[in-house]
Design a protein around this ligand. Structure first.
Ligand code: IMP
Ligand code: MG
Length: 372
C-alpha cells in the first residue's frame, strides 16, 4: 500500500525505506574504515540536513573517530538557490588530519564547491567526500565524490534529515515528490437499485471527478471499433471472459484521456482481487492511488421495491421479475464481498447508508469524501 504524505502544498510518496538507508550506511562505514586504515578520521557533517546521516553513520563506524559539524543552508523551497550561503563553524584545527565530509545529498554540487573553498587553506592530510544520496543528472561540478550511497533521479526528496521548507526532516525514510497533482480516486459500489448512477452524477459534479463506468467504456470501444474494443469483442464472441489486461488497458486509456482530472470514480471495476491489484498498479504508475471504496448500503427489501417500481416505468425486463431481481442482488453480494475485504484491509472501505432522499445520501457520501 502506498501512503502519500503532504508537506505544505506538496505531496510526497515513499521512495527509499529506512532499512535500505541502514544497509547503505553500513556498507559505507565499512568501506571508509578500510580505506582510512589506522588513521583517526574527522567526520564533518554539513548541517542541517546531514544530522541523521552522521548520527547513524558514526554508530556503524567500527573504529575510533571524531565528529564535528559545519553549517550551511543553501536550499529554500524545492530549488537550489543560486547564491550559496557560506559555511560556518569550522573552529577545529584540522592540520594533518584525514577529513571525511558526510553529506546527506549532493545535488548541483554548489555546497561541495563551498566545502572545497573552505578547506583549501586547511592543511589537511586528505579530504574525502561521502554522500548518502547523489543526483548525477543535477551535478554540475567535477569534484570527485569518493563514496556514494545511492544514486537517485533528479527529483526532490524529503525525509531522513532532508526537508521541504522546514518539514520532513524527522521522517525515518525517504519520500519523493509526486509530480502529478493529488487525485481523489473512488471505487463506487452498490447493489442494483442502490442509486449508484444518480449519486455518481452528483459526485462527479461536486468534486470534478471523471466517472468511468466499465460498461460504458466497453460499449464505447466496441462501438468505435478501437483496437482494444475489437480485441475485447473477439473474446466475447467466443463466449469467453475478456482478460483483465484488456480491461485495464481500456481504463488506462480513459485515465490518460483525462490526465488533468481531479480524480476518477470507478464503477463496475474492479470485481476481483486480481483486478483490484491491477488497478492499484495502473494508478501507481500515475503517481496515484485508490483513496476509498464507497458502497451504498440498502436493504434487500427496499431494493426489490425500488427495482419493481422502476420496472413498471422503464420497461427493463430484468427489473420486472422479483426472483430475477433477488438473484441479481445476491450475485452482487457474492461478487463484492471479496473486494469489501480487499479495501477494508487497507482501511479504505466505507459503507454509506443508501436509504433516504437523494440529497441526504449525497451529503453522507460527501462527508466520507471530505475526510479522505
Ligand atoms: P547542492 O549544493 O545543489 O549540491 O545541494 C545540496 C543541498 O541542497 C543539500 O545539502 C540539501 O540541503 C539541499 N537539497 C538538494 N536536493 C534536495 C532534495 O531533493 N531534497 C531536500 N533538500 C535537497
Ligand atoms: Mg546538506
Amino acid at each position: 500500500m502506498i501512503t502519500v504524505i503532504k508537506l505544505h502544498d506538496k505531496y510526497f510518496k515513499p521512495f527509499i525505506s529506512a532499512k535500505e538507508i541502514d544497509d547503505v550506511l553500513q556498507r559505507l562505514a565499512i568501506e571508509i574504515a578500510e580505506d582510512v586504515g589506522d588513521e583517526i578520521p574527522v567526520f564533518v557533517g554539513i548541517l542541517n540536513g546531514s544530522f541523521m546521516v552522521v548520527s547513524d553513520f558514526v554508530k556503524k563506524y567500527p573504529k575510533p573517530c571524531e565528529v564535528t559539524f559545519i553549517k550551511l543552508a543553501s536550499y529554500e523551497g524545492v530549488k537550489s538557490t543560486e547564491d550559496i550561503q557560506r559555511l560556518i563553524g569550522l573552529t577545529q584545527d584540522l592540520t594533518g588530519r584525514t577529513v571525511v565530509i558526510l553529506e546527506d545529498i549532493i545535488d548541483t554540487g554548489n555546497t561541495l564547491a563551498e566545502v572545497h573553498r573552505i578547506f583549501k587553506n586547511e592543511k589537511v592530510k586528505s579530504l574525502k567526500i561521502a554522500t548518502l544520496f547523489y543526483k548525477p543528472e543535477a551535478y554540475k561540478k567535477d569534484f570527485k565524490l569518493h563514496y556514494v550511497g545511492i544514486e537517485i533521479p533528479n527529483k526532490f526528496i524529503v525525509g531522513y534529515g532532508l526537508d521541504y521548507d522546514g518539514l520532513g526532516r524527522n521522517l525515518p525514510e525517504i519520500y519523493q515528490i509526486k509530480e502529478t497533482q493529488h487525485m481523489t480516486n473512488l471505487v463506487l459500489f452498490g447493489p442494483p437499485g442502490a442509486g449508484k448512477g444518480t449519486q455518481a452524477d452528483f459526485l462527479k459534479e461536486k468534486y470534478n471527478l471523471v466517472h468511468i463506468s466499465t460498461g460504458d467504456v466497453f460499449r464505447y470501444n466496441i462501438k468505435n471499433e478501437t483496437a482494444l474494443g475489437m480485441l475485447a469483442k473477439s473474446y466475447m464472441d467466443k463466449g469467453e471472459l475478456v482478460p483483465d489486461q484488456v480491461t485495464i488497458d481500456m481504463l488506462n486509456a480513459e485515465v490518460e484521456k483525462n490526465a488533468g482530472a481531479n480524480g476518477f470514480i470507478f464503477d463496475g471495476f474492479p470485481r476481483t482481487n486480481a483486478q483490484a491489484d491491477a488497478l492499484d498498479k495502473l494508478l501507481d504508475s500515475k503517481d496515484s492511488q485508490i483513496n476509498a471504496m464507497i458502497a451504498l448500503e440498502v436493504e434487500d427489501e427496499v431494493l426489490v421495491e425500488r427495482l419493481l417500481s422502476r420496472g413498471k416505468t422503464s420497461g427493463r425486463a430484468d427489473d420486472a421479475d422479483e426472483s430475477i431481481i433477488r438473484n441479481r442482488i445476491a450475485e452482487y453480494y457474492n461478487k463484492t464481498a471479496i473486494l469489501k475485504e480487499f479495501y477494508s484491509a487497507q482501511n479504505k472501505y466505507f459503507g454509506v447508508n443508501g436509504i433516504g432522499s437523494i440529497e441526504d445520501i449525497t451529503v453522507r457520501l460527501s462527508t466520507v469524501i471530505d475526510t479522505l
